[in-house]
Ligand binder design. Structure first.
Ligand SMILES: CC(C)(COP(=O)(O)OP(=O)(O)OC[C@H]1O[C@@H](n2cnc3c(N)ncnc32)[C@H](O)[C@@H]1OP(=O)(O)O)[C@@H](O)C(=O)NCCC(=O)NCCS
Length: 161
């Protein structure tokens, strides 16, 4: 798990004084990569970023807290869940968005994908995300053209065929 905190400074904002979406996506990528690397103890690359929506603007001077953990390891790839909160000076937090990112573990010398160690979910929330991970994986592989829809068994079960 990785928790990354950033203070929003003028260079991070758009012309309305809110955090730029692209800056937040960069921080999400970094926080997710660190959670993945702490799990695999290898370098990782980002293979996929699932749907990201921006539900609330985050103003200049706020703190942004990105909480990330590995939900499931497939073989060489692993899914990381990221939740983004804005935090004010009283320490009050409001959740702003969340996303799933997929990283691939690489061998440091050859830079080829290598198997990553399994993750064991412990809390009910971790178990829920672990259980849903196969479905999300199938969806992203179908969307990326790396899996045929008819091969996506877990996804098809969800739609009842
Ligand atoms: C991701 C990457 C390592 C995959 O390499 P590859 O030669 O296709 O290797 P493989 O086919 O063995 O795939 C490796 C794993 O990545 C997964 N993967 C590849 N593309 C994926 C995608 N779009 N979404 C989800 N997972 C993906 C595969 O399912 C496989 O997972 P598994 O071993 O757990 O089953 C390669 O495409 C790459 O280096 N991409 C660029 C990464 C990068 O530069 N990221 C920064 C963005 S600019």
């Amino acid at each position: 798990m990785t928790v990354m905190t950033q203070l929003i400074l003028p260079n991070d904002t758009n012309h309305l004084g809110d955090l730029m979406g692209g800056t937040l996506m960069r921080w999400m990528d970094m926080a997710g990569a660190m959670a993945a690397m702490r799990h695999t103890n290898t370098p990782v690359v980002t293979a996929a970023v699932d749907h990201v929506s921006f539900q609330k603007g985050i103003p200049l001077g706020s703190m942004v807290v990105l909480e990330t953990f590995v939900t499931r390891v497939f073989r060489t790839s692993l899914e990381v869940f990221i939740e983004v909160y804005k935090e004010d000076l009283d320490g009050d937090r409001v959740k702003c968005n969340e996303a799933f990112l997929t990283f691939v573990a690489l061998d440091e010398a050859t830079r080829k994908p290598i198997p990553a160690p399994d993750v064991l979910p412990e809390t009910p929330r971790q178990k829920e995300l672990f259980d849903g991970a196969l479905r999300r994986r199938e969806l992203r592989l179908v969307m990326a053209g790396r899996m045929k829809p008819e091969e996506a068994g877990d996804l098809r079960k969800l739609f009842g065929n």
